[in-house]
Design a protein around this ligand. Structure first.
Ligand code: HEC
Ligand code: HEC
Length: 408
């Protein structure tokens, strides 16, 4: 008996450090949460449903369904916007006004209304057209009762928070202490997961080209030239590395400057209710600062990394293919006829519809690029060099990893 006890004590001493090493990390907790459908009202939707790692972190249904917007946990309820990629979103700076250039910059969402990934991640659970949970406590209740993933252990490991102390959910009782902190920590952990290499691998053909480890094909190289010169794409979708916050390392090109513009995209009448999205200028806080409406119709410049994988394109998904959106940039102001709407058979061939928001349309940097059909095709070939996974698929060694943005 005595001997067995000693053995037990001994083995737990040996096991103890091993357990400490195996404790959950913040990103692992975030990963469990990101993929957990049980955190939506009907148990049918997670972040990954609309930001699927196998499809460039967007909703693959938006490309195949007639309507380009995601179903919610209640499938009859949908939002009015095309889900953007959650990849590389961690590099968007906090939303701010750049007084030097006179521009709003950064933030999360098409209109930048969330400052950080953590702030963003707190939203979808309670959004009636997304995961549709009634309140924060009801989400925390799902965490509390979950067996797999074992959130009780994970929250204790990562944050020292004891979920078992929260009493069972009641829609009528006052919110128990601790619930709001658990909810915020949940969103924070998801944000940390979105900063991992899975979301920003920087291993496209273009990254290996920049590292001098491969050549572009003739068409791709010509497309890069169109991108930076005649196509003017590089004015907003920056193809150059930027300096990391540490002031030393370089962040490979993100193909966005995180500013806002109205490209004059047509309305998408296939979205239920045919909404008109006012973009940045439609935010109440911005509208208050901007009585002249100079921000109306502007949406965030999105990254072009993995763009091949993320149709449809634009905030309202009005373009189904890369060929189509490139042709729009090239000929928006050239096609003489005006389409009735985006279902017009002449769409993009003989006509474009009027802009969804006719104010503040950028007529200087796009609309009449005078590219020929070959240049358009080369441009699309170049855009396809921005798809991640090229390095591993071609047996290339990993590239040095840039520092991740600091945690907000
Ligand atoms: C029902 C589909 C749906 C679900 C579920 C969903 N999202 Fe989204 N997501 C969207 C849409 C649509 C937008 C754009 C909304 C807007 O701009 O107003 C968006 C925007 C984002 C953005 C902003 C990207 C950028 O560059 O601005 C991030 C990051 C993001 N979602 C992460 C998440 C996370 C994390 C979850 C889970 C907590 C989640 N989403 C759940 C549809 C969804
Ligand atoms: C004046 C700035 C600007 C220029 C120049 C520009 N873009 Fe954009 N781009 C944007 C903005 C802003 C958006 C989002 C607009 C929206 O959805 O309303 C966008 C969106 C896109 C999208 C869709 C992204 C998505 O996630 O759906 C593609 C593809 C794209 N641009 C490619 C190009 C190409 C190719 C060129 C050059 C021919 C180019 N852009 C030139 C600002 C610009």
């Amino acid at each position: 008996m005595k001997k067995r006890l000693t053995l037990l004590v001994l083995s737990s001493l040996i096991l103890l450090p091993a357990f400490t090493l195996a404790a959950t990390t913040t990103a692992e907790l975030g990963e469990a949460l990101y993929f957990d459908e049980n955190l939506s009202f009907n148990g049918n939707q997670s972040c990954a449903t609309c930001h699927d790692p196998d499809f460039g972190f967007v909703d693959p249904d938006n490309a195949t369904n007639l309507t380009p917007v995601s179903d919610g946990s209640f499938p009859a309820l949908t939002g009015g916007l095309n889900a953007p990629s959650a990849a590389y979103a961690s590099f968007s700076p906090f939303f701010h006004w750049n007084g030097v250039d006179g521009l709003f910059v950064g933030g999360q969402f098409w209109n930048g209304r969330a400052n950080s990934l953590a702030e963003q991640a707190a939203g979808p659970f309670l959004n009636p057209v997304e995961m549709a949970m009634p309140d924060k406590w009801s989400v925390v209740e799902r965490l509390r009762v979950s067996v797999s993933p074992d959130y009780q252990t994970m929250f204790m490991d990562v944050y020292g928070l004891d979920l078992s102390l929260i009493y069972p959910y009641s829609a009528l009782a006052p919110i128990p202490p601790g619930v709001l902190e658990i909810y915020d920590r949940m969103a924070e952990a998801i944000g940390e997961f979105e900063k991992t290499q899975l979301f920003s691998p920087f291993d496209s053909k273009f990254d290996y080209f920049l590292a001098g480890m491969t050549d572009l094909s003739k068409a791709e190289a010509k497309g890069l030239k169109v991108f930076t010169k005649g196509g003017k794409c590089a004015l907003c979708h920056l193809p150059d590395p930027t300096l990391a916050p540490d002031g030393v390392s370089q962040i490979p090109p993100l193909f966005t400057d995180f500013t806002y513009d109205n490209l004059g995209l047509p309305q998408n009448v296939n979205i239920p209710g045919s909404p008109v999205d006012p973009g940045l200028g439609g935010r109440l806080d911005i509208a208050a600062l901007d009585p002249a409406g100079l921000q109306l119709g502007k949406h965030k410049v999105m990254t072009l990394r993995n763009i091949e994988l993320t149709p449809p394109y634009g905030h309202n998904g009005v373009f189904k293919t890369l060929d189509e959106i490139v042709h729009f940039y090239n000929t928006r102001d050239v096609l003489l006829e005006v389409c009735a709407d985006n279902n017009d058979p002449g769409f993009g061939i003989t006509c474009w519809p009027v802009p969804e928001v006719p104010l503040n349309v950028n007529i200087v940097e796009l609309g009449n690029l005078m590219l020929d059909a070959q240049q358009e095709a080369d441009l699309v070939a170049f855009l396809k060099t921005l798809t991640d996974g090229w390095g591993p698929a071609n047996g290339m060694p990993p590239l040095p990893r840039p520092p991740m943005p600091p945690s907000p």
